[in-house]
Design a protein. Structure first.
Length: 207
């Protein structure tokens, strides 16, 4: 009995390793298909979409075909959202650099405003992709939903930030993992935490 149970657990672990490995390779492939600049966002959104299916215990589906369908269908929308978010972050960083050495009262007020905007930006950015793949909402509402859920679930946001920091440290220490199990595992972890926040919000609304 012990031997059979041990082998079953080992088999489950190996299956998950293979899933993450395959998903990672497909993600890299489709990033390259879009010449990185046009492919990284639809590929990343699609990777989170696959992870969401796994978290919903949907295992029996063709990963490549499902990924391709998501990638193709959401190519323009995910690029629009992804690059708009990236440019917003770059703009905030520019203004932070511009005002960080401020000495006057007006410059200090502007610096504080940039700090607040930056914190809200980072909070919503962490949930942007999970919100997009989880909810069937208009593109213009994704940022609003992400920010509302982020403010309502600070523990989940801190946990997601801690996961990204921990992930980065591991990748620095073991860079050989990057091509194989890195971003797919990170996406799964972030989607799991985000889904927990979504469930908590839905339970609150149901009460």
């Amino acid at each position: 009995m012990f031997h059979a149970g041990y082998m079953e657990k080992l088999n489950t672990i190996m299956e998950w390793i293979m899933r993450f490995f395959v998903l990672q390779l497909i993600w890299i492939l489709f990033c390259l298909v879009g010449l990185v600049i046009g492919g990284i966002f639809p590929a990343t959104f699609s990777m989170f979409g696959i992870c969401r299916k796994w978290l919903n215990k949907q295992m029996e589906f063709p990963i490549f075909r499902t990924f391709w369908d998501m990638y193709r269908k959401e190519f323009l929308r995910t690029n629009l959202l992804g690059w708009a978010t990236t440019l917003t972050g770059m703009s905030l960083y520019y203004y932070f650099q511009l005002f960080k050495g401020a000495e006057g009262a007006m410059e200090l007020v502007l610096l504080i405003a940039v700090w607040i905007a930056g914190i809200l930006y980072l909070m919503s950015a962490l949930l942007m992709i999970p919100v997009y793949v989880h909810f069937d909402i208009k593109l213009i509402n994704v940022v609003k939903y992400a920010l509302i859920i982020a403010i309502s679930n600070p523990f989940h946001i801190l946990s997601m930030a801690a996961l990204i920091i921990g992930f980065s440290m591991v990748m620095v220490l073991i860079p050989a993992l990057i091509p194989f199990f890195s971003f797919s595992v990170l996406a799964f972890g972030l989607m799991w935490m985000a889904k927990s926040a979504f469930t908590r919000m839905e339970q609150k609304v149901a009460k």
